[in-house]
Write a protein that binds this ligand. Structure first.
Ligand code: NAD
Ligand code: WQD
Length: 341
């Protein structure tokens, strides 16, 4: 069976993907510097799948540490999750974000070429689209000027791949995720936000758990049906499965061009109030929230046209919004019980 290097694999999306890869029999090597995750995720992946992935603690922005991994193991493909991902922090520390996110990607490309590893799947983001001119947005819509260094690193890695894959020695797929939320049904792995969450779902679960006093809804005067912003929330387990099919498309040489991009969302737009309602319905908890000011830089509404992923990857999100919000809460209960946060 083929061996896949999962960078950032102890993180939120990487850990769920490692589970799905192992469930399908792939050998998984996880490498992470644990800057935003914890080593016990490896135990948890083993608990869920019955198989312990190989784990290498390494700073993947350092070429030497990456080359050791490629020299030690036979690798058939790379899924690249490792990156800094906090939008606000990236505005404060742009150089750190460029150094980390771009260097990691380049270290992969250099070593893949050196060792003849052909297949690469990149974590990209809907953030590259900015505010859409129309919804749902499809992959042909050109990226807009990035509003954050973080978003710019996602655009830049896509731009690099466009040129790097030209000779066909590396073939790549960028998956442009919309808003991943939720957790594994076992509640053994999930998102581990660092400090006060910026994102909606962990803020909701932490408010319900009493860690935060109240959720502030950032504006209810947007030009949307209920006045709050609209996003395409996708269950992290559905998202993880998209990586397995993307890697398999490469292994089976079904790529149409050397570098392909796919939107990975559900194709449905939900408002902030929709998320709150779903959370309250599935958990039976009344959430303490109030309406606050708009958050600077927020896109009003974006959701994905997922028809290309459906047609080419044969992948479609199947889990519902209620399954997302309930699984996020079940994961929060694990965190409370284990006093992780
Ligand atoms: P995460 O922070 O949970 O996972 C990223 C992992 O990368 C962490 O475990 C971190 O320790 C590791 N890492 C960072 N720098 C590293 C380095 N120099 N060397 C080794 N490991 C390093 O984040 P996530 O939510 O799982 O996101 C995974 C990927 O998906 C990221 O590239 C992110 O930009 C992208 N993405 C995330 C979202 C989202 O909303 N979560 C949306 C779109 C795209
Ligand atoms: C969702 C909605 C907020 C918190 C971020 C990144 C983006 C991408 C996806 C990585 C918005 C509202 C939020 C709160 C609120 N990630 N909200 N109160 O803004 O779509 O995008 O994640 O690539 O790059 O920027 O996600 O979860 O922060 O916000 O009202 O306390 O919830 O205004 O409408 P967003 P989010």
């Amino acid at each position: 069976m083929k061996t896949i290097l999962v960078t950032g694999g102890t993180g939120y999306i990487g850990s769920h993907t490692a589970v799905e890869l192992q469930n399908k029999g792939y050998n998984v090597i996880i490498s992470d510097n644990l800057s935003n995750s914890s080593a016990d995720v490896i135990d948890r992946i083993e608990k869920i799948t019955g198989v312990r992935p190989i784990f290498i603690k390494a700073d993947l922005s350092k070429e030497q540490e990456v080359s050791v991994i490629f020299d030690t193991y036979h690798i058939d493909g790379v899924i690249n999750f490792a990156a800094f991902k906090a939008v606000g922090e990236s505005v404060e520390k742009p150089i750190e974000y460029y150094m980390n996110n771009l260097q990691i990607a380049m270290n992969m490309f250099v070593n893949m070429k050196r060792k003849g590893v052909k297949y690469f799947v990149q974590s990209s983001s809907c953030t590259i689209y900015g505010e859409p001119d129309k919804n749902p947005i499809n992959e042909n819509c050109p990226p807009k000027f990035a509003v954050s260094p973080y978003g710019n690193t996602k655009q830049m890695v896509e731009d690099m791949l466009h040129f790097i894959t030209r000779d066909g020695l590396i073939q790549a797929i960028a998956l442009r995720y919309f808003n991943p939320i939720g957790a594994h049904p076992t509640a053994l792995i999930g998102e581990l936000p660092n400090g006060v969450p910026n994102n909606l779902m962990p803020f909701i679960t932490q408010t319900a758990a009493g860690i935060r006093k109240e959720l502030i809804v950032f504006g209810d005067d947007y030009p949307t049906p209920d006045g709050t912003c609209i996003r395409d929330y996708i269950h992290v387990v559905d998202l993880a499965k998209a990586h397995v099919v993307a890697m398999e498309r490469c292994f089976e040489c079904r790529n149409k061009i050397n570098f392909e991009c796919f939107n990975i969302g559900t194709g449905n737009g939900f408002s902030v109030f929709d998320i709150i309602k779903s959370f309250e319905k599935t958990t039976g908890i009344k959430l303490n929230y109030r309406i606050g000011k708009r958050r600077e830089g927020d896109v009003v509404a974006i959701w994905a046209d997922t028809s290309l992923a459906e047609k080419e990857l044969g992948w479609k999100a199947v889990l519902t919004l209620d399954e997302m919000t309930l699984s996020a809460w079940n994961w929060q209960k694990t965190l409370n019980k284990e006093k992780i946060l």
